[in-house]
Design a protein around this ligand. Structure first.
Ligand code: SF4
Ligand code: SF4
Length: 445
């Protein structure tokens, strides 16, 4: 059996057990809060045909495994790749099953890359990263230049490293500038490294796993060589790679290095600053109305890694699979959801916060991840407009006709780009703010 087929074979049991119930297209019934905003999968919302859903991708994988389909056509490739790897279907499916849906979808993507190669746009990004250490093809020596426009300094003695990430370094510098200003106010000493490369996320998420692996080793060696004990990042893409994906692929030596490092997202740093009363917020006369979008990689995707299950599978009545010892599952509920909400709650002297309908592990994706923004920008725009419509709906309801500013907050450079593009395209009267920028702006200084 080819290596690619082995990837599919791993999921054969789950492929048999999929009941075609289509629950992966929606949040679990008990979690649906709106008759309008109730879908959970931006892929099926775009493709509007079963292969675009999580369950449909499982069926495609099964057909390929059984050789019922021999070749991957361009349409099939698009159905596989027009998916942001947001993981919402996995959470919904696992509400009533223990099917590892997200893993199966990811392995199908990897199988596709090994069989017909990556999407040309995704390959272009991987090639650029090979040459410039970032997928945008920007000069490597400019990666950390943004810090010059801040009051913070890199301290080579520090045991903490701030990991910028490619999108923040080259496309969304405002959010990392705000992050290091906050670190500076809180008295953090940290290093920035000139040898920082891409974390590997955009290459990995597009199924180019073999190419991505060298970025994992590079990052871990970089932290180890610099004597780093703690890595702080504002980018959920990098954060999810560090806490949930890297350990799956590291050899024993690198895994040991990984275990000696604590990975921290900026929302944790801000939460601690608030608890220590180092961050206090202004009192405003006219509070804007704010809602929060959970980035997929800070939420479902940041649920910590669970080591690969090893044991015996048993069948009961030749139907139900029992795992001995019991298997631990990632169900999306252990991502970073409470920290941004704690921060927004503490800002109530400066803003009024209202939740959207689809939140936390049931949040709807912004539409930019998994290589969608790069290869299928029209899908990214359609998806972000669905999410903006929901944001606008709850913000307008909370306004009750008052003339106040409407703000959508999130905590991810990828979401930031897509929301800003979506707002520009739709002309909706909402401001987008990254949580670091909002905190810095609303902070008493
Ligand atoms: S993947 Fe899960 S939720 Fe989707 S159709 Fe199959 S069993 Fe149902
Ligand atoms: S990962 Fe997200 S976009 Fe892809 S099939 Fe699942 S819910 Fe849909």
């Amino acid at each position: 059996m080819s290596k690619g087929k082995e990837l599919l074979k791993k999921h054969e049991d789950d492929m048999w057990r999929c009941s075609r119930c289509s629950l992966c297209k929606f949040p679990p019934l008990a979690q649906i809060k709106s008759a309008k905003f109730y879908s959970s999968c931006c892929s099926i919302d775009y493709g509007n045909f079963h292969p675009w859903s999580g369950g449909g991708k499982l069926v495609m994988g099964f057909s390929l495994l059984l050789d019922r389909v021999k070749d991957i056509s361009e349409n099939m490739r698009d159905a596989i790749l027009q998916c942001t790897m947001c993981g919402a279907c996995d959470v919904s499916c696992k509400y009533s099953t223990n099917i590892e849906l997200e893993e199966a979808i990811f392995d199908l993507r990897q199988y596709m890359v090994e069989t017909i190669g990556p999407h040309p746009v995704h390959k272009k990004y991987a090639d650029a990263a090979e040459e410039f250490h970032n997928p945008y093809g920007e000069p490597h020596e400019k990666r950390q230049e943004w810090i010059n426009n801040t009051s913070a300094k890199s301290n080579p003695e520090a045991k903490t490293m701030f990991f910028t990430g490619c999108t923040a370094a080259y496309r969304q510098q405002d959010m990392v500038k705000a992050s290091v200003e906050i670190l500076n106010i809180l008295g953090f000493k940290f290093q920035l490294s000139k040898d920082e490369h891409c974390c590997g996320s955009p290459i990995y998420r597009t199924g180019q796993v073999e190419t991505a692996k060298k970025y994992f080793n590079h990052a871990i060696e970089l932290f180890n060589d610099a004597g780093i004990e703690e890595v702080i990042t504002a980018c959920p893409g990098c954060y999810a790679m560090f806490v949930a994906e890297y350990p799956k692929y590291l050899d024993e030596e690198h895994l040991k290095m990984w275990e000696s490092i604590t990975f921290v997202h900026m929302t944790k740093v801000i939460e601690q600053g608030i608890r220590q009363k180092k961050i206090q917020f202004k009192k405003l006369e006219k509070n804007p109305i704010v809602t929060y979008h959970d980035p997929c990689h800070l939420g479902r995707g940041a649920e910590p890694w669970v080591p690969e299950w090893k044991g015996t599978k048993k069948k009961v009545y030749n139907q139900i699979t029992i795992f001995d010892p019991p298997k631990e599952y990632r169900r999306g509920g252990k991502g970073v959801y409470d920290l941004p909400r704690f921060i927004l709650d503490k800002m109530k002297t400066a803003l009024d916060f209202v939740e959207m309908f689809r939140i936390k592990e049931y949040a709807y994706c912004c539409g930019s991840g998994g290589g969608v923004k790069a290869a299928y920008p029209e899908m990214a725009l359609q998806t972000v407009d669905n999410r903006l419509e929901e944001a606008d709906h709850v913000l307008e309801e909370a306004l009750e006709g008052k003339n106040l500013e409407k703000i959508l907050v999130s905590a991810c450079p990828f979401c930031k780009t897509n929301f800003e593009n979506g707002l520009e395209a739709s002309g909706r009267n909402i401001k987008y703010k990254d949580i670091n920028q909002l905190v810095l702006e609303m902070m008493e200084k």
